[in-house]
Design a protein around this ligand. Structure first.
Ligand code: GDD
Ligand code: MG
Length: 364
């Protein structure tokens, strides 16, 4: 089977992290976002993966070369000369996606869930129509594509992208599967799958919805990336995953949902949790208190610092007795000096902060 991942643009909403590293390679729970997706696709029998990008993908190519070999798959970079939006990339990859009659998956690169691709494929093959969309429920649907089905069926009656008025609360999870004949509907030009292609397939009664069970989140911006991390960690807890730190063996775990890379060093007097991810090579000092936060690889959190609801970027340094909170995001190699307060700051890479930031702002 085949799949295309819409890797897209510059990840501006996940700045400052994406100033240093392409969004799909930013670690989510200690693994590149895109690797979660690739591994799940491979588990469902996908051998051919197209990554649709609209920038020069050198870094990604070199990182994913290894993945290709390890997993025994083919990863093709399909590079757009101009951004082709969410449907145009399918036309650009027509040779691969349409090479046989088997269906292909399409994924937005910034969504996390349990990726039940096998069940989704079975559902799609059972109804035999042109396409299927995974849907999930959210409380605030206006930022998403809303799906309305014909009563008592899975056939989609309406697809409304980013509705201004309330249409429903079942939304497009950004995961699709199509029969290759969908390619006949898509020309090689910038085209929105949500605004142009879906309404056309809906009009022909050929698009079905599949209800996703379990958690889902678009992790394309810091607040949602943190929320998505908590959902993923809770899922690991619910499935008794051995990846999580065992509170009976690690006294510093408080409240559970704590994921620590084996190469990290945590002082036994620190208190971590609930909902904490510690990356490779991270050092956590004495008396440190962390909750609902992500510390990316090789960062250092010094003695008695307090970090909550925040992301500490790679190689960054949080000073002694410093307090960091309220969706603060530190880019790569940021230093926050001792005894400061940082409230909701977004700090660009390589900055050194020596006075408190008391109100949310971008520090350049
Ligand atoms: N290759 C390529 N080229 N990819 C693109 C382009 C492009 O020109 N434009 C966007 N993408 C990719 C993005 O990188 C992302 O993976 C995906 O397409 C969706 O774009 P977003 O910018 O993240 O869209 P959104 O989050 O506002 O809305 C989409 O996702 C929601 C679920 O998270 C829509 O599909 C909604 O309907 C959906 O509910
Ligand atoms: Mg998105």
């Amino acid at each position: 089977m085949k799949a295309l991942i819409l890797v897209g643009g510059f990840g501006t909403r996940l700045r400052p992290l994406t100033l240093s590293w392409p969004k799909p390679l930013v670690e989510f729970c200690n693994k590149a976002i895109i690797l979660h997706q690739i591994e799940a696709l491979v588990k469902a029998g996908v051998k051919d993966i197209v990554l649709a990008v609209n920038y020069r993908p050198e870094v990604m190519v070199s990182v994913l070369k290894k993945t290709e070999e390890e997993l025994g798959i083919t990863i093709t970079f399909s590079v757009e000369n101009e951004p082709l939006d969410t449907a145009g990339p399918l036309a650009l990859a027509r040779d691969i996606l349409g090479k046989d009659d088997s269906p292909f998956f399409v994924l937005n690169a910034d969504v996390t869930c349990t990726y039940p691709f096998e069940a989704f494929r079975d559902f799609h093959l059972a109804h035999g129509c042109e396409g299927s969309i995974m849907v999930t429920k959210v409380a605030e649907p206006s930022n998403y594509g809303v799906v309305v089905t014909k009563p008592g069926t899975t056939i989609i009656d309406r697809f409304v992208e980013k509705p201004v008025e309330f249409v429903g609360n079942r939304i497009n999870a950004g995961i699709y599967i199509f029969h290759p004949k969908v390619l006949d509907r898509i020309e090689l030009r910038p085209t929105s799958i949500e605004k142009e292609v879906f309404p056309a397939i809906v009009a022909d009664g050929q698009l079905h919805s599949y209800d996703l069970q379990g958690f889902w989140m678009d992790v394309g911006q810091p607040k949602d990336y943190i929320a998505g991390t908590c959902l993923y960690l809770s899922h690991l807890t619910a499935t008794h995953s051995s990846l999580l730190s065992d509170p009976t063996k690690n006294k510093w775990v408080y409240g559970g949902n704590v994921l620590v890379d084996p190469t990290a060093e945590v002082d036994p007097t620190a208190v971590l949790g609930p909902n904490v991810v510690i990356g490779a090579g991270v050092k956590i000092g004495a008396g440190v208190r962390l909750q609902r936060c992500i510390i990316l690889s090789n960062a250092v959190v010094r003695d008695h610092a307090w970090v909550a609801n925040s992301i500490v970027g790679w190689n960054s340094n949080v000073g002694r007795w410093t307090r960091v909170e309220n969706i603060t995001v530190l880019g790569d190699d940021v230093t926050i000096k001792d005894e400061l307060y940082v409230n909701g700051a977004s700090v660009l890479p390589h900055k050194s902060i020596s006075t408190s930031i008391t109100e949310p702002r971008i520090v350049m």
